[in-house]
Write a protein that binds this ligand. Structure first.
Ligand code: ADP
Ligand code: ZN
Length: 608
């Protein structure tokens, strides 16, 4: 019985999706749901969550109901399934009354395998009554972290989804998310009444993503340099904190000859969805966005994710960077970070209206993020450790590739702290650094700070070096910023023992940012493209063909075939349908729709 079910699952994977084997926990999850159990699935972005509910929906009788907050993406998801020959539809507020009626009718007639529904729609009396009247295969609750009131994606309707369990106790439920932290997990279980669900927690490692955190100098130059050198013509996302910065950065990139689009919550929703759709459909677009952008974006070939401002937490950072390289090919997570980021984030927490408990939690999350930025060891080890997973140095992050040098900073920190003390803890970073470096500016003279004993005791270091030291001291909690007093620097209790020389301090030595061109170290977990000239020519032809086909069908190119599938075709050069069937990502329906065209292209190329 169980074996029979597993064989059927594998058959669906191969014939419908065209993939040879399940990945990680997929097989177990599919089997559990197909057998009628409940599951909570934590998998990183790109881990392959969708198959976990799509295949059981096809295996069980009735229609699988997928609850997702991502209305704007439902059309693409349904189109992608149609390309695979799966009967899918959606119900949400973007469609006309007539379209909704057609979907309802198809559902009643048992003509759908999968239905995507927005939570607010599902919870209407009308929709619940509709569900009462049909056979339901399962409920999938996607982006399940939206039930968390602490998270930034909180959706009140998600809390009411507990109705599913009460109203349909016999129907299997699967909740899925890429947000890993323990608190979110327990909130999901509690609010969705998933106490008896089996939990599947995957490794959060994304070996094909290279993590880099660089010091901010001239950040626009650095960004341009990074894109031009490593990612010319490739798709990427650039995250900024404010709407204004999003617009300015997009404009700057466009002026510099890089195709960029802006996206933030303050933009008209029609422009937003137009930009999103262009990013998905056109090759090599850069999306400059606030964190409002990205949830559920399943574009597989995003080659880089940039952070121009410090994220608020490691959860956020990991989720955002996880949008790169979903196809398993190399991708970069690149962040530029400086003193100002620390100051700004600390201020935002202090000035927020939230209660003390919330502020404390936000501070703890920020501290973990700062720890990642300032770490002297492998970034990936730090990241995975944060999610409770042990690992070894990865060889594919900046600290592994170019290990930072640490130095005994006890003395320089003492110089810094005593200068802050001498100026009465009433001056900001610029002034303190001027005194340290012995610069007799107007303001320094006005306050007679050039007469202080610490004036000029740090003249052996450049301003950039001092900023790096101050930044690390703030990150370590040895210096505080008084936001109510124009950002003046203050000494907290922890500074005392350092001033007394009671313990020593190690810091990252400042290194002038150097461009590190992507070297071809091969981390485990991805395959470098190594096509011959003829294969490369075929690959280019296939990409052209895909673009035209995608345009004709009005779907994103990757819905037709992923790059990885095209590359495999270019390498294998299949000339018959049977040979083509062996390529990963080629299922029966795609073979039927495109098999002839592709083998014809291969044969033409061989003749050329
Ligand atoms: P998630 O929703 O977890 O972010 P997706 O479900 O979008 O991830 O899957 C990520 C990518 O991996 C998709 O392009 C999908 O087609 C592919 N994929 C998923 N499972 C497999 C598998 N077993 N074999 C090959 N490719 C897979
Ligand atoms: Zn590393």
């Amino acid at each position: 019985m169980a074996e029979d079910r597993q064989a059927r699952a594998l058959h669906v994977l191969q014939s419908v999706f065209g993939y040879p084997a399940f990945r990680g926990a997929q097989a177990d999850i599919v089997d559990l749901i197909a057998a009628g159990g409940d599951a909570l699935v934590l998998m990183p972005t790109g881990g392959g969550k969708s198959l976990c509910y799509q295949i059981p929906s096809l295996l069980r009788s009735g229609c699988g109901i997928i609850i997702s907050p991502l209305i704007a993406l439902m059309q693409d998801q349904v189109d992608a399934l149609a390309e695979l020959g799966v009967r899918a539809a959606f119900l949400n507020s973007t469609q006309s009354f007539e379209e909704a009626m057609n979907t309802e009718r198809a559902l009643r007639r048992g003509e759908l395998d999968l239905l995507y529904v927005a939570p607010e729609r599902l919870l209407t009396q009308r929709c619940l009554e509709l569900l009462d009247s049909i056979e339901i295969a399962l409920f999938a609750i996607d982006e399940a972290h939206c039930v968390s009131q602490w998270g930034h994606d909180f959706r009140p309707e998600y809390i009411r989804l507990s109705v599913l369990h009460e109203r349909y106790p016999a129907i299997p439920r699967i909740a899925l998310t890429a947000t890993a932290d323990f608190q979110t997990r327990s909130e999901i279980i509690e609010r969705l009444q998933l106490n008896t669900a089996q939990q599947f927690i995957s490794s959060f490692d994304r070996p094909n993503i290279r993590y880099q955190i660089v010091e901010k100098e001239n950040v626009r130059r650095q960004l341009l340099d990074f894109i031009r050198t490593d990612h010319a013509g490739e798709a990427g996302i650039v995250y900024c904190l404010s709407r204004k910065k999003v617009e300015e950065t997009a404009e700057f990139l466009n002026e510099s000859g890089i195709n960029a689009l802006a996206y933030h919550a303050g933009m008209d929703s029609s422009i937003r969805s137009k930009h999103q759709s262009r990013f998905l459909r056109e090759d090599g677009m850069v999306m400059v966005a606030t964190i409002a952008f990205g949830m559920g974006i399943d574009k597989p070939d995003v080659r880089f994710v940039v952070h121009l401002d410090l994220p608020k937490s490691i959860e956020g950072y990991y989720q955002e960077t996880g949008r790169g390289g979903r196809d398993g090919q190399p991708a970069d997570a690149w962040m530029a970070y400086g003193l100002q980021d620390v100051v700004q984030q600390r201020r935002m927490i202090e000035e927020s209206e939230a209660d003390i408990q919330f502020k404390r939690m936000q501070s703890a999350r920020l501290d973990a993020m700062l720890g990642l930025c300032e770490t002297l060891t492998c970034r990936r080890v730090r990241l995975l450790d944060y999610f409770g997973q042990a690992s070894k140095p990865c060889g594919n992050c900046d600290t592994c590739l170019n290990p930072p040098v640490s130095f005994d900073a006890t003395e320089v920190v003492q110089k810094l702290l005593s200068t802050i003390y001498r100026v009465g803890q009433r001056f900001g970073a610029i002034h303190v650094l001027e005194v340290l470096r012995g610069i007799d500016s107007e303001k320094v003279k006005q306050w007679r700070h050039h007469e202080l004993s610490t004036f000029g005791i740090g003249s052996d270091k450049s301003e950039a070096e001092w900023r790096a030291i101050l930044r690390q001291a703030i990150a370590m909690g040895l210096v505080e910023i008084d936001h109510e007093n124009y950002g003046s620097l203050r000494l907290p209790e922890a500074a005392r023992s350092v001033l007394k020389g009671e313990h020593s301090i190690a810091m990252r030595r400042y290194q002038k940012p150097v461009r590190q061109k992507r070297v071809s170290t091969k981390p485990t977990g991805y395959t470098e493209s190594d096509l011959s000239v003829a294969q490369q020519a075929l690959f280019e032809r296939l990409r052209w063909w895909r673009m035209e086909t995608a345009r004709a069908h009005n779907v994103p190119a990757y819905v037709i075939f992923h790059d990885a599938s095209l590359r495999e075709i270019a390498r294998a050069m299949p000339v018959s349908l049977d040979e083509l069937r062996n390529v990963s990502g080629v299922g029966e329906k795609k073979l039927e729709s495109y098999g002839e065209q592709i083998t014809a292209l291969v044969i033409e190329q061989q003749a050329a």
